[in-house]
Design a binder for this molecule. Structure first.
Ligand code: MF3
Ligand code: CO
Ligand code: CO
Length: 261
Protein backbone atom coordinates (compact mmCIF):
# COMPACT_ATOMS: atom_id res chain seq x y z
CA UNK A 1 0.00 0.00 0.00
CA UNK A 2 1.34 3.39 -0.99
CA UNK A 3 0.95 5.97 1.76
CA UNK A 4 0.60 9.72 1.19
CA UNK A 5 2.42 11.72 3.84
CA UNK A 6 0.88 14.79 5.48
CA UNK A 7 2.71 18.01 6.22
CA UNK A 8 3.77 17.12 9.76
CA UNK A 9 5.07 13.73 8.61
CA UNK A 10 6.93 15.37 5.75
CA UNK A 11 8.49 17.81 8.18
CA UNK A 12 9.89 14.87 10.16
CA UNK A 13 11.22 13.28 6.99
CA UNK A 14 12.93 16.60 6.17
CA UNK A 15 14.67 16.51 9.54
CA UNK A 16 15.80 12.91 9.09
CA UNK A 17 17.03 13.78 5.59
CA UNK A 18 18.92 16.85 6.81
CA UNK A 19 20.73 14.79 9.43
CA UNK A 20 21.56 12.07 6.92
CA UNK A 21 22.84 14.59 4.39
CA UNK A 22 25.09 16.15 6.98
CA UNK A 23 26.46 12.72 7.97
CA UNK A 24 27.12 11.68 4.36
CA UNK A 25 28.91 14.94 3.57
CA UNK A 26 31.17 14.38 6.56
CA UNK A 27 31.83 10.79 5.48
CA UNK A 28 32.77 12.01 2.01
CA UNK A 29 35.40 14.19 3.61
CA UNK A 30 36.92 11.17 5.39
CA UNK A 31 37.44 9.08 2.24
CA UNK A 32 41.05 8.80 1.07
CA UNK A 33 43.52 6.01 0.38
CA UNK A 34 44.46 4.20 3.60
CA UNK A 35 41.12 4.75 5.36
CA UNK A 36 39.02 1.66 6.14
CA UNK A 37 35.31 1.28 5.50
CA UNK A 38 34.94 0.11 9.10
CA UNK A 39 36.22 3.53 10.17
CA UNK A 40 33.56 5.16 7.97
CA UNK A 41 30.94 2.92 9.57
CA UNK A 42 31.98 4.03 13.06
CA UNK A 43 31.97 7.70 12.08
CA UNK A 44 28.51 7.34 10.54
CA UNK A 45 27.06 5.65 13.60
CA UNK A 46 28.55 8.24 15.96
CA UNK A 47 27.35 11.22 13.90
CA UNK A 48 23.83 9.83 13.50
CA UNK A 49 23.53 9.14 17.23
CA UNK A 50 24.97 12.58 18.10
CA UNK A 51 22.24 14.04 15.88
CA UNK A 52 19.59 12.18 17.88
CA UNK A 53 18.99 9.57 15.20
CA UNK A 54 19.32 5.82 14.87
CA UNK A 55 21.39 4.12 12.15
CA UNK A 56 18.48 2.06 10.88
CA UNK A 57 20.50 -0.25 8.62
CA UNK A 58 22.14 -1.73 11.70
CA UNK A 59 20.02 -4.70 12.69
CA UNK A 60 17.73 -4.35 9.68
CA UNK A 61 16.88 -7.97 8.85
CA UNK A 62 20.14 -8.78 10.60
CA UNK A 63 22.40 -6.42 8.61
CA UNK A 64 25.33 -5.83 10.99
CA UNK A 65 26.49 -2.28 10.12
CA UNK A 66 25.37 1.36 9.99
CA UNK A 67 26.48 1.85 6.38
CA UNK A 68 26.73 -0.34 3.34
CA UNK A 69 30.22 0.11 1.88
CA UNK A 70 30.50 -1.46 -1.56
CA UNK A 71 33.84 -1.49 -3.36
CA UNK A 72 34.48 -1.99 -7.11
CA UNK A 73 32.36 -4.93 -8.33
CA UNK A 74 30.23 -4.87 -5.18
CA UNK A 75 26.90 -3.32 -6.18
CA UNK A 76 25.26 -2.76 -2.80
CA UNK A 77 25.09 -4.13 0.76
CA UNK A 78 28.88 -4.39 1.13
CA UNK A 79 30.10 -5.05 4.66
CA UNK A 80 32.44 -2.42 6.09
CA UNK A 81 35.81 -4.03 6.90
CA UNK A 82 39.37 -3.35 8.05
CA UNK A 83 40.99 -3.31 4.61
CA UNK A 84 42.60 -0.06 3.63
CA UNK A 85 41.00 1.68 0.67
CA UNK A 86 43.33 2.11 -2.30
CA UNK A 87 43.64 4.96 -4.79
CA UNK A 88 41.37 4.50 -7.80
CA UNK A 89 38.92 2.09 -6.17
CA UNK A 90 35.24 2.81 -6.64
CA UNK A 91 33.50 3.09 -3.27
CA UNK A 92 29.75 3.41 -2.72
CA UNK A 93 28.46 4.43 0.68
CA UNK A 94 24.76 3.88 1.41
CA UNK A 95 23.21 4.91 4.71
CA UNK A 96 19.76 5.05 6.27
CA UNK A 97 18.86 7.05 9.33
CA UNK A 98 15.79 7.08 11.52
CA UNK A 99 14.88 10.31 13.32
CA UNK A 100 11.75 10.77 15.42
CA UNK A 101 10.25 7.65 13.81
CA UNK A 102 10.89 8.62 10.17
CA UNK A 103 13.44 7.25 7.73
CA UNK A 104 15.79 8.77 5.22
CA UNK A 105 17.97 6.86 2.75
CA UNK A 106 20.83 8.15 0.60
CA UNK A 107 23.95 6.86 -1.13
CA UNK A 108 26.87 8.23 -3.12
CA UNK A 109 29.88 6.82 -4.95
CA UNK A 110 33.41 8.16 -5.27
CA UNK A 111 36.73 7.19 -6.80
CA UNK A 112 39.05 6.87 -3.81
CA UNK A 113 41.84 9.44 -4.19
CA UNK A 114 40.82 10.08 -7.82
CA UNK A 115 43.02 9.06 -10.73
CA UNK A 116 40.73 6.51 -12.41
CA UNK A 117 38.94 8.10 -15.36
CA UNK A 118 36.87 5.05 -16.27
CA UNK A 119 35.52 4.70 -12.75
CA UNK A 120 34.96 8.46 -12.53
CA UNK A 121 32.91 8.42 -15.71
CA UNK A 122 30.77 5.63 -14.28
CA UNK A 123 30.22 7.65 -11.11
CA UNK A 124 29.33 10.78 -13.10
CA UNK A 125 26.92 8.96 -15.40
CA UNK A 126 25.22 7.27 -12.43
CA UNK A 127 24.57 10.69 -10.88
CA UNK A 128 23.32 11.96 -14.22
CA UNK A 129 20.94 8.95 -14.38
CA UNK A 130 19.66 9.92 -10.96
CA UNK A 131 18.97 13.53 -11.93
CA UNK A 132 17.28 12.54 -15.17
CA UNK A 133 15.08 10.15 -13.18
CA UNK A 134 14.39 12.80 -10.54
CA UNK A 135 13.32 15.23 -13.27
CA UNK A 136 10.54 12.77 -14.15
CA UNK A 137 9.44 12.39 -10.52
CA UNK A 138 6.53 14.81 -10.83
CA UNK A 139 2.88 14.27 -9.88
CA UNK A 140 0.95 12.90 -12.85
CA UNK A 141 3.96 11.11 -14.30
CA UNK A 142 4.36 7.36 -13.92
CA UNK A 143 7.05 5.23 -12.29
CA UNK A 144 7.94 3.99 -15.77
CA UNK A 145 8.92 7.53 -16.74
CA UNK A 146 11.57 7.52 -14.00
CA UNK A 147 12.89 4.08 -14.91
CA UNK A 148 12.96 4.89 -18.61
CA UNK A 149 14.97 8.05 -18.03
CA UNK A 150 17.52 6.24 -15.84
CA UNK A 151 17.84 3.27 -18.20
CA UNK A 152 18.15 5.37 -21.37
CA UNK A 153 20.99 7.41 -19.91
CA UNK A 154 22.90 4.38 -18.61
CA UNK A 155 22.51 2.29 -21.74
CA UNK A 156 23.47 5.20 -24.03
CA UNK A 157 26.90 4.94 -22.39
CA UNK A 158 27.01 1.16 -22.84
CA UNK A 159 26.47 0.57 -19.14
CA UNK A 160 24.23 -2.03 -17.50
CA UNK A 161 21.25 -1.21 -15.27
CA UNK A 162 21.01 -3.51 -12.25
CA UNK A 163 17.51 -4.96 -12.26
CA UNK A 164 17.44 -7.16 -9.19
CA UNK A 165 17.32 -4.15 -6.87
CA UNK A 166 15.14 -1.05 -7.02
CA UNK A 167 14.35 2.24 -5.39
CA UNK A 168 11.33 2.17 -3.09
CA UNK A 169 8.74 4.03 -1.12
CA UNK A 170 9.98 5.21 2.28
CA UNK A 171 8.48 6.68 5.45
CA UNK A 172 8.02 5.04 8.83
CA UNK A 173 9.58 2.00 7.17
CA UNK A 174 12.82 1.99 5.22
CA UNK A 175 11.17 0.03 2.43
CA UNK A 176 7.57 0.80 1.56
CA UNK A 177 5.52 0.45 -1.60
CA UNK A 178 6.00 1.08 -4.44
CA UNK A 179 9.13 -0.44 -5.99
CA UNK A 180 10.93 2.15 -8.09
CA UNK A 181 12.81 0.27 -10.84
CA UNK A 182 15.72 1.81 -12.71
CA UNK A 183 14.30 0.57 -16.00
CA UNK A 184 10.88 0.86 -17.57
CA UNK A 185 8.67 2.25 -20.25
CA UNK A 186 7.14 5.72 -20.42
CA UNK A 187 3.57 6.12 -19.11
CA UNK A 188 3.65 2.68 -17.45
CA UNK A 189 3.30 1.84 -13.79
CA UNK A 190 1.96 3.68 -10.77
CA UNK A 191 0.95 7.33 -11.20
CA UNK A 192 2.89 9.65 -8.93
CA UNK A 193 0.92 11.79 -6.49
CA UNK A 194 1.87 14.72 -4.27
CA UNK A 195 2.82 13.48 -0.80
CA UNK A 196 4.38 10.22 -1.99
CA UNK A 197 7.92 9.75 -0.69
CA UNK A 198 10.26 7.51 -2.67
CA UNK A 199 13.90 6.84 -3.28
CA UNK A 200 15.50 6.86 -6.69
CA UNK A 201 18.71 4.84 -6.62
CA UNK A 202 20.39 3.91 -9.87
CA UNK A 203 22.88 1.04 -9.58
CA UNK A 204 24.88 1.14 -12.79
CA UNK A 205 27.48 -1.38 -13.94
CA UNK A 206 30.32 -0.83 -16.38
CA UNK A 207 29.48 -4.25 -17.84
CA UNK A 208 26.67 -6.69 -17.20
CA UNK A 209 23.54 -5.98 -15.20
CA UNK A 210 23.54 -9.55 -13.92
CA UNK A 211 24.50 -10.05 -10.30
CA UNK A 212 25.34 -12.66 -7.68
CA UNK A 213 24.92 -12.58 -3.94
CA UNK A 214 28.07 -13.23 -1.92
CA UNK A 215 28.27 -15.94 0.74
CA UNK A 216 27.61 -13.45 3.55
CA UNK A 217 23.97 -13.51 2.42
CA UNK A 218 23.94 -9.77 1.75
CA UNK A 219 26.54 -8.35 -0.57
CA UNK A 220 25.54 -8.11 -4.24
CA UNK A 221 28.33 -8.25 -6.86
CA UNK A 222 28.32 -8.05 -10.66
CA UNK A 223 28.62 -11.48 -12.29
CA UNK A 224 31.35 -10.32 -14.67
CA UNK A 225 33.34 -8.53 -11.97
CA UNK A 226 32.88 -5.12 -13.55
CA UNK A 227 32.73 -2.06 -11.30
CA UNK A 228 29.36 -0.70 -10.23
CA UNK A 229 28.26 2.71 -8.99
CA UNK A 230 25.25 3.67 -6.83
CA UNK A 231 23.61 7.02 -6.13
CA UNK A 232 20.47 7.59 -4.08
CA UNK A 233 18.26 10.24 -2.53
CA UNK A 234 14.93 10.32 -0.72
CA UNK A 235 12.40 12.49 -2.58
CA UNK A 236 8.99 14.01 -1.96
CA UNK A 237 6.63 14.11 -4.94
CA UNK A 238 4.99 17.50 -5.40
CA UNK A 239 3.03 19.18 -8.18
CA UNK A 240 6.27 20.73 -9.37
CA UNK A 241 9.85 19.53 -9.01
CA UNK A 242 10.38 16.86 -6.37
CA UNK A 243 11.80 17.99 -3.05
CA UNK A 244 15.10 16.28 -2.24
CA UNK A 245 14.48 15.32 1.38
CA UNK A 246 18.02 13.97 1.79
CA UNK A 247 19.63 17.09 0.29
CA UNK A 248 18.01 20.17 1.86
CA UNK A 249 17.81 23.14 -0.45
CA UNK A 250 18.99 21.24 -3.53
CA UNK A 251 16.80 21.43 -6.61
CA UNK A 252 16.67 19.19 -9.64
CA UNK A 253 16.76 22.28 -11.89
CA UNK A 254 19.88 23.42 -10.04
CA UNK A 255 21.66 20.13 -10.80
CA UNK A 256 21.02 20.68 -14.49
CA UNK A 257 22.20 24.28 -14.31
CA UNK A 258 25.44 22.96 -12.87
CA UNK A 259 26.20 21.20 -16.13
CA UNK A 260 24.42 17.91 -15.70
CA UNK A 261 22.82 18.36 -19.15
N1 MF3 B 1 19.93 1.60 2.08
C1 MF3 B 1 19.50 0.44 1.34
C2 MF3 B 1 18.50 0.88 0.32
O1 MF3 B 1 18.82 1.77 -0.41
C3 MF3 B 1 19.02 -0.66 2.19
C4 MF3 B 1 20.02 -1.08 3.15
S1 MF3 B 1 19.75 -2.69 3.56
C5 MF3 B 1 20.41 -2.74 5.07
O2 MF3 B 1 17.40 0.41 0.17
F1 MF3 B 1 20.30 -3.92 5.46
F2 MF3 B 1 21.67 -2.32 4.99
F3 MF3 B 1 19.75 -1.95 5.85
CO1 CO C 1 20.09 3.20 0.52
CO1 CO D 1 17.09 2.74 -0.75
Amino acid sequence: MITIKNESQIEKMRKAGALLHDVLEKLRGEIEPGVTTLHLDHVAERLIREGGGIPSSKGYEGFPYSICASVDDQVVHGFPNKEKLRKGQLLSVDCTCLLDGWQSDSAFSVVVGGGNDKNQQLVDVTERCFWLGAKQAVAGNHLGDIGFAVQSCAESHGYGVIRDLCGHGIGVDMHEDPNVPNYGRPHRGVTLQPGMTITIEPMISMGTWKVWQEDNGWTIVTRDGSPCSHYEHTLLITDGEPELLSWPGMKVSEAFREGME
